[in-house]
Ligand binder design. Structure first.
Ligand SMILES: Nc1ncnc2c1ncn2[C@@H]1O[C@H](COP(=O)(O)OP(=O)(O)OP(=O)(O)O)[C@@H](O)[C@H]1O
Length: 380
């Protein structure tokens, strides 16, 4: 009797949910399927154990009704699954139109709060004019205005920043390659934005959580591989491989950047570790961060002395609606450009500063060429 009741209740729930289609997720469908799997066994046990006062005929009738209810629910589920797939296709189309409209390269400016005791001399700190313009006051009463896709003022939270980045992360699950990087002068808040703090996680941690959550909510099975490396003094270093600490320790294999015939980039010997949830990815991320080259400079107590790159490779088989079978999303926390005169760096710190400035200037040339759609992009 209980099974019959729950079968009918389920059918009613599904009918009521039809008016609430936006809440129907594949997870919901899965949980309904799980409930249904348990119903036939209960039905069978009723059929085998007629109790006192219950005739075989009435038990058979109950079982038939139950079977009918189940088959109705199964039909409803087929319709709902089709409907979810349709919604997913529409969501993907809208997201891609939105990203296309906003441009393939989007630039945000985040102004960090002024630190205690920070002085600007005769200059004034930059100020957000509105949500897309920044005013830079120069000496002799001159000023310059810069426009961005979005400007975050000093009080903007990590949440607000992530909300702007999230659509790109969603498109990565649809098979699009994506890259999010933080660029700017030393001490301006790149690592704070990408890495954040334990109390206030940055873009990378939030992105990992969002990607895995969305993967669970989708109808597909994904395979994720996590990698992390840094470019220090022009050399690539795998941040997930222990580095030699003694003369006798074996050297890790050399990493080298290769271009495949389709123009894709691969890094030979880069370790890629399979991860199945955001906790595993974040553990590796924290491990990699602990191996990063940082040092105290005049401009930043914990200055990144390298460019840090995190790669999540996403593979999904049997999903023809995805852009490609395997795609990658990169998160990059670049080293900060610095004025050697201001940092007063010397020795190794000076070499690091020079290497960072040189590579940032090369990156600037690449982005300029991409934006101008030049036929030659100076990648090398
Ligand atoms: N939005 C913010 N809110 C609060 N504190 C911030 C913010 N942005 C940066 N900071 C603080 O400012 C300091 C410098 O930031 P951060 O280390 O992120 O700079 P960076 O651009 O990565 O520098 P570098 O290029 O030298 O590595 C840090 O102490 C950081 O906690």
């Amino acid at each position: 009797m209980e099974s019959r009741k729950s079968g009918h209740k389920l059918a009613e729930t599904i009918h009521s949910l039809l008016g609430w289609k936006s809440h129907v997720t594949s997870n919901w469908v899965k949980s309904v399927c799980d409930i249904m799997k348990s119903i036939p066994s209960e039905a069978a046990s009723i059929a085998l154990k007629p109790t006192n006062g219950v005739t075989r005929e009435s038990t058979e009738k109950t079982t038939d009704e139950l079977r009918n209810a189940i088959s109705k629910i199964e039909d409803e589920l087929v319709i709902l699954t089709g409907y979810i797939n349709q919604l997913n296709i529409q969501r993907r189309q809208v997201l891609n139109e939105y990203l296309d409209m906003r441009g393939n390269i989007r630039v945000f400016c985040r102004i960090r709060p002024i630190a205690v005791g920070e002085s600007f001399g005769r200059l004034k700190p930059v100020a957000a004019l509105d949500s897309s313009k920044v005013l830079l006051k120069l000496a002799e009463n001159k000023s310059k205005t810069y426009s961005y896709d979005k400007v975050f003022h000093p009080g903007s939270s990590q949440d607000e920043v992530f909300a702007e980045v999230e659509p790109v992360i969603k498109s990565a699950l649809d098979g699009y390659n994506a890259c999010i990087f933080a660029y700017g002068q030393t001490g301006t808040g790149k690592s704070f934005t990408m890495e954040g703090t334990p109390d206030s996680p940055g873009v990378v941690a939030r992105a990992m959580e969002a990607i895995f959550k969305q993967a669970v909510d989708s109808n597909h099975v994904f395979v994720f591989n996590f990698s992390m490396l840094e470019i220090y003094l022009g050399n690539l270093k795998d941040l997930l491989v222990p580095q030699p600490t003694k003369a006798m320790d074996p050297m890790p294999p050399c990493l080298s950047i290769q271009t495949d015939p389709k123009g894709g980039i691969e890094i030979d010997n880069l370790v890629a570790i399979r991860v199945t949830d955001s906790n595993q990815a974040l553990k590796l991320y924290r491990l990699g961060c602990s191996f990063r080259s940082t040092a105290s400079t005049n401009s930043n107590r914990t200055s990144s002395r390298s460019h840090c790159l995190i790669r999540l490779s996403i593979t999904c088989l049997n999903a023809p609606e995805r852009r490609r079978e395997t795609n990658k999303i990169w998160f990059v926390d670049l080293g900060g450009s610095e004025r050697v005169l201001k940092t007063k760096a010397s020795g190794r710190r000076l070499d690091e500063g020079k290497a960072i400035n040189l590579s940032l200037s090369a990156l600037g040339d690449v982005i300029h060429a991409l934006q101008k759609k030049n036929c030659h992009v100076p990648y090398r």
